[in-house]
Design a protein around this ligand. Structure first.
Ligand SMILES: N[C@@H](CCC(=O)N[C@@H](CS)C(=O)NCC(=O)O)C(=O)O
Length: 218
């Protein structure tokens, strides 16, 4: 039975799982969540929290992007492995995956989400905190990436699947300062990775939807 992915190409967490699907040429059907009420009803039945991506594989529903990547690595493993077999090395990958989700994806979603609220429901303090978090996270990541090609263990992994969309969009909402040369170089490297480049290209038509205005680059 084919894999079904409930997703939207412009969504950062969906791009995180498109990367392993493209890296290993795993066939899947995209159920495009683009305002179709019927599909949204299906999504709510599969996952009442209505967050996406959601993957259905052989009748089994898998939620949370990280777990979807782990599921694909376990059940549809291919040329590129996303978690090292050594559990100690795998911990480093998981640590970096948490870093990108918690300290880049989260403030990015906070800032974008806030911009979609009516003026009287905005949270300027929360947005300010999100910007501060970016500065701290970029600084830490710059040190971490010194001399590294990929986020963990010198091979492309789950951590880089999390890094690619989070750094891609983070730079749109809080540009990475030129002093963080390692982070900027890593972001460029991720954009050159064919699987992520494909995900970015497929999402290009949706750029006008970016509420803060997509920059004219990338
Ligand atoms: N923790 C979830 C987060 C997923 C998430 O926030 N997805 C966004 C799209 S990028 C979403 O579902 N937005 C719609 C909503 O929040 O209602 C994961 O890792 O998959």
């Amino acid at each position: 039975m084919a894999i079904a992915l409930y997703a939207h190409p412009f969504s950062s967490y969906c791009q995180k799982v498109l990367i392993p699907l493209y890296e290993n040429d795993i066939p899947f059907e995209l159920r495009l969540l683009a305002g179709d009420d019927d599909l949204n009803t299906v999504l709510a039945a599969l996952w009442p929290l209505r967050k996406f991506p959601v993957l259905v594989d052989d009748g089994r529903t898998i939620v949370e992007a990280t777990i979807i990547v782990e599921h694909l690595d376990l059940h549809h493993s291919g040329r590129v492995r996303f978690l090292p077999q050594d559990p100690r090395a795998a911990l480093d990958v998981r640590m970096m995956d948490r870093f990108f989700d918690n300290y880049l994806m989260t403030p990015m979603q906070k800032i974008v989400g806030d911009s979609l609220r009516p003026a009287e429901q905005r949270d300027p303090h929360g947005v300010e905190q999100a910007h501060e978090l970016f500065d701290t996270a970029y600084r830490w990541l710059d040190g971490r990436m010194a001399g590294r090609q990929w986020a963990a263990n010198d091979s492309f992994s789950l951590a880089d699947c999390a890094a690619a969309p989070s750094l891609f969009y983070a730079d749109w909402v809080h540009p990475i300062d030129a002093s963080f040369a390692n982070v900027r170089a890593y972001r460029r490297r991720l954009l050159e990775r064919p699987s992520f480049a494909r995900a970015v290209d497929e999402a290009r038509p949706y750029r006008p939807l970016f509420p803060l205005g997509a920059p004219d680059r990338d």
